[in-house]
Design a binder for this molecule. Structure first.
Ligand SMILES: *[C@@H]1O[C@H](CO)[C@@H](O)[C@H](O)[C@H]1NC(C)=O
Ligand SMILES: *[C@@H]1O[C@H](CO)[C@@H](O)[C@H](O)[C@H]1NC(C)=O
Ligand SMILES: *[C@@H]1O[C@H](CO)[C@@H](O)[C@H](O)[C@H]1NC(C)=O
Ligand SMILES: *[C@@H]1O[C@H](CO)[C@@H](O)[C@H](O)[C@H]1NC(C)=O
Ligand SMILES: *[C@@H]1O[C@H](CO)[C@@H](O)[C@H](O)[C@H]1NC(C)=O
Ligand SMILES: *[C@@H]1O[C@H](CO)[C@@H](O)[C@H](O)[C@H]1NC(C)=O
Ligand SMILES: *[C@@H]1O[C@H](CO)[C@@H](O)[C@H](O)[C@H]1NC(C)=O
Ligand SMILES: *[C@@H]1O[C@H](CO)[C@@H](O)[C@H](O)[C@H]1NC(C)=O
Ligand SMILES: *[C@@H]1O[C@H](CO)[C@@H](O)[C@H](O)[C@H]1NC(C)=O
Ligand SMILES: *[C@@H]1O[C@H](CO)[C@@H](O)[C@H](O)[C@H]1NC(C)=O
Length: 829
């Protein structure tokens, strides 16, 4: 723990909110006992009368055998009052009354039914008294889609010196107990339970039924609190100071939040918060977070939910300081402790939050969470990188894991996070949503990332490294790896010939078998990764000869009892070809020179590490051209006329935007780390888009395959062919709508519209082919067959071969005739 001590914090809570002993003596002088009328007659007039008569220096009694009907809103203002609340209040079921008449709450467009105001108020429910919000009427009417006007049943507004104990709130319509503005308040033995009796199993119809919330609150103590529901168990909201919470059970919902901070353009700071001894229990397939701090991004973001009243939100400021979450027992939450400052982000505002976070400790977290990869995460703000964030004895197990999970961080101050295993400032995430593997890691140097994950994620202790020749010769990659891996590095291979020759694959298989390697790490070109995939497969199947290897490849000799690879591969790619993200591999049989394909159970890397420092040294000719290949994946996916889905279009559009601006920025500066990362992330989505569903790609891929054997790199084929194929398809009006929408998203990128401008190309008259041409030229990539030394004499052969290619047949204008292919090739001779 740094900078603040727990003992120091406790001193803040030495206040005494109300005076019980004295209250007893004065009871007889001024007591109002309220009788319920029964039969769902509105009891509020009588209740208000009692608050009026005895609400100033007296006692109000709701006897245990009485059940009151709350048919109208109420906001009594009282002082020096004791409320013996043994009976039950039940809110009426008149939805349209409440929607029309609840008090508006000036935060998130909410509303309230009962608001208590005043000074020196003592409420005791004696274990029998409380409020029934009659919430099931609301839960069933709205089925999880909250509408405006649901009243909170118990709101404190402008109160001071308050004590509430032995009290319950059952089925609240909205947030159960809510301090909107209060000082010196003590709550003890409070029970809140929102349970939607009609909801199907696993569905959350009790959103917005927070347990205990504070805002504009100072000196608040809560002890012995039990919550069941579908939202924040406890939420500490803007301008909450000196909050001490101890002994809490949260069943279902979002756990303990310090949140909704920065949602409005105002000071949203909070400070001096202790939350101690919390049990977090999964219920109804629902238990999201366990302990989290959440702030909005630093700019106004358009919003659609009713909570924002349709207005843009975000941009608030302030600091979050001195927070300790301690002694959490977590039973099956989706996530461990987390900090995120990107609430409300539409994708363009990561890390912009204006709020600063410091001196936060997560101490003694035990138990299990549902995820398999990440147990804790810290994502702060580039504007105010967070610091003094401590994880002390946070030991959480992912689902079925035998060792504790790791965490991730970004936008933190250098050295700003301590004790989070797996941190520094590494980000670890799934490459594809919905799939556990592969994981990607970025943010820390690859030797450290590799070493950490081999040890923590894979429990590997005998690693074999395959590294490309150029990297090994020109950089200190091998030395850095051997420093980081120490004795766990058992063998290495520098360089493999191109096309992944079986003879080399078999040699390395033999060597790794002899060394008993339990993981393979590749650094460099995609062909090395292909090699590693085949080696891992060969090892698992005891392969020693080329004939045996052939029984694993596609073809007539393939056997049907192939064992899946047993050892993990970790890859550190240096291009954007993204072959690391596929479970296919190609290898060339030496004798026949034939390329064979290996399909699942062949398996790609379990972890891919992106190191922006390392890829700086990849030559432009490879980095940028493989990037254009990824652009080709996106464009031909988006322009396909069969097999696209909304999901593939979203992925491709997103990837295209990342790649185009990322590549143009890389071209300007190979020092721009963010641009390199942007391209790497884009290459994954490009791959995901074009391999999702059954997308029928086009002739840029199809003819490109035939150029390969003439010695033209995959990336270069795309540079040359993609604009021409777009022009060809446009000319025959095959996919005009698709092309126009891709064109619009490209010229919508400021960097592209600027480029068109400087090249004096008209934004209005440039078609998709023209825009792509300008981009590829700007990248300095080849634009014609002459550029790659393929002469006119090769066109006939190219055309003939192309007609057999699958993607030529699925081109939006299917290529069935020699002359059609030649028409495209003529554009690029
Ligand atoms: C608070 O109210 C009680 C009555 O409930 C009264 O006896 C007591 O004197 C008040 N405390 C102060 C400090 O005024
Ligand atoms: C408001 O009250 C009127 C009259 O009772 C009703 O028709 C209307 O639906 C109510 N509005 C809402 C939002 O419930
Ligand atoms: C808050 O309550 C105090 C007395 O407890 C009163 O003097 C003050 O006017 C109230 N403020 C508002 C905004 O209602
Ligand atoms: C209500 O909130 C305002 C703004 O934070 C604060 O100045 C005031 O003291 C609060 N009132 C009470 C009773 O806590
Ligand atoms: C909440 O209420 C439901 C329904 O009555 C009940 O099954 C559940 O046990 C209660 N939860 C807690 C924590 O008491
Ligand atoms: C914690 O709170 C629960 C629920 O109020 C209570 O039953 C339990 O006795 C409390 N534990 C301690 C140690 O006070
Ligand atoms: C996010 O919103 C801003 C401002 O409204 C807009 O300029 C930007 O394009 C949006 N980003 C995305 C990814 O939608
Ligand atoms: C964390 O747990 C240890 C061992 O049980 C205990 O000594 C320490 O006081 C706990 N820390 C906090 C902040 O509660
Ligand atoms: C975890 O273990 C349980 C029980 O052994 C098993 O049913 C479940 O499939 C496992 N889950 C995962 C993600 O491995
Ligand atoms: C797999 O099948 C082949 C015949 O197709 C057989 O020769 C070989 O022994 C089998 N291997 C295993 C591990 O079962």
């Amino acid at each position: 723990m740094r900078l603040f001590g727990i003992a120091g914090l406790a001193v803040l809570f030495g206040f005494v909110p109300s005076n019980h002993a004295n209250a007893k003596e004065q009871r007889n002088s001024n007591i109002c006992t309220v009788k319920a009328q029964g039969n769902q007659k509105d009891d509020v007039p009588n209740i208000l009368e009692a608050f009026h008569q005895c609400g100033h220096g007296g006692t109000i009694v709701f006897p245990e055998d009485q059940s009151y009907w709350i048919g109208t809103r109420l906001n009594p203002v009282v002082n020096d009052v004791l409320i013996e609340w043994r009976g039950k209040w039940t809110f009426s079921d008149d939805l349209s009354y409440w929607r029309n008449h609840s008090y508006p709450v000036a935060f998130q467009n909410h509303a309230a039914g009962f608001v208590l105001t005043g000074h020196n108020i003592s409420i005791n429910g004696y274990g029998t008294g409380g409020i029934d919000g009659n919430g099931n009427i609301w839960y069933t009417a709205e089925k999880g889609d909250t509408q405006p006007g649901r009243p909170m049943p118990f709101v404190f507004w402008n109160v001071s010196d308050v004590s509430v104990e032995n009290f319950y709130v059952k089925d609240p319509q909205l947030w159960s107990v809510n301090i909107m503005n209060g000082t010196n308040m003590r709550f003890n033995n409070i029970y809140c339970n929102a349970t939607a009796v009609d909801a199907p199993y696993g569905q959350n119809w009790v959103q917005n039924t927070d347990g205990f919330d504070t805002m504009d609150a100072k000196n608040i103590q809560l002890t012995n609190f039990v919550y069941q529901g579908g939202d924040d168990c406890i939420a500490i909201k803007p301008r909450s100071y000196n909050i001490d919470i101890h002994n809490v059970t949260c069943r279902g919902g979002n756990g303990i939040a310090i949140g909704s901070l920065g949602q409005y353009q105002e000071d949203s700071g909070v400070a001096n918060i202790r939350i101690d001894k919390v049990k977090v229990i999964r219920y109804n397939e629902d238990m999201h977070n366990s302990a989290y701090i959440k702030t909005w991004v630093g700019a106004l973001m358009p919003q659609t939910s009713y909570e924002s009243a349709g207005l843009p939100r975000g941009g608030g400021w302030g600091s979050i300081r001195n927070v300790i979450f301690s002694n959490f027992d977590i039973q099956g939450a989706n996530a461990g402790p987390s900090i995120t400052q990107d609430n409300g982000n539409n994708g363009s505002y990561s890390g912009t939050s204006l709020m600063s976070i410091s001196n936060v400790a997560f101490v003694n977290f035990t138990g299990s969470i549902e995820t398999t990869s990440k147990v804790a995460s810290v994502s702060c703000s580039k504007v105010h990188p967070c610091y003094n964030i401590d994880f002390d004895n946070v030991v959480l197990y992912g689902k079925n894991a035998s060792t504790p999970g790791i965490g991730s961080c970004k936008y933190t101050d250098v050295g700003g996070v301590h004790g989070l295993s797996g941190s520094m400032s590494e980000t670890v995430q799934q490459a594809f949503s919905g799939r556990d593997r592969p994981l990607i890691s970025y943010g820390i140097p690859f030797p450290e990332a590799a070493s950490r994950h081999l040890r923590e994620s894979f429990q590997a202790s005998r690693v074999y490294v395959i590294c490309s020749q150029t990297l090994a010769r020109k950089t200190d990659v091998i030395e850095r790896l051997s420093n980081a891996l120490g004795s766990t590095l058992v063998g290495q291979r520098v360089g493999m010939k191109s096309h992944t020759l079986w003879s080399e694959v078999l040699q390395i298989t033999e060597e790794t078998r002899a060394l008993e390697a339990d993981a393979i790490l590749t650094v460099g070109a995609g062909s090395l990764t292909d090699g590693a995939k085949i080696i891992a497969l060969a090892l698992a199947n005891g392969i020693k000869t080329a004939d045996e290897l052939k029984t694993l490849a596609e073809g007539p000799d393939k056997r049907d009892n192939i064992t899946a690879p047993q050892i993990p591969i970790i890859s550190v790619p240096t291009s954007l070809s993204a072959g690391e993200f596929s479970d296919f591999a190609g290898g060339t049989e030496d004798s026949s020179k034939r390329k064979h394909s290996f399909q699942p159970p062949t398996r790609g890397p379990q972890l891919v590490i992106f190191d922006q420092e390392l890829v700086k040294s990849t030559p432009n000719s490879i980095w940028l051209s493989t990037g254009v290949r990824a652009i080709d994946h996106c464009v031909e996916s988006l322009c396909a006329i069969k097999g696209t889905t909304e999901a593939s279009n979203t992925l491709a559009t997103h990837a295209l935007s990342l790649l185009v601006s990322g590549l143009l920025r890389c071209k300007k500066s190979r020092e721009d780390r963010d641009a390199h990362l942007q391209c790497q992330l884009g290459s994954i989505d490009a791959m995901a888009a074009c391999t999702s569903g059954s997308i029928e790609l086009g002739a840029s891929h199809g003819i490109g395959h035939q150029l390969g054997p003439l010695g033209v790199g995959h990336g270069e084929t795309s540079c040359i062919l993609l604009p021409a194929v777009c022009k060809f398809n446009a000319k025959y009006e095959a996919n005009c709508e698709q092309q126009e929408s891709v064109r619009l998203s490209l010229i919508g990128e400021p960097i592209v519209s600027e480029l068109l401008h400087t090249r004096s190309a008209s934004v209005d008259t440039s078609d998709l082919g023209d825009v792509l041409d300008v981009i590829i030229r700007e990248l300095g990539m080849p634009r014609s067959l002459t550029d790659v030394h393929v002469g006119r004499d090769k066109l006939d052969e190219l055309a003939a071969n192309s007609l057999h290619d699958r993607w030529c047949k699925t081109n939006p204008i299917p290529l069935e005739k020699h002359s059609q292919v030649l028409e495209i090739l003529e554009m690029v001779v």
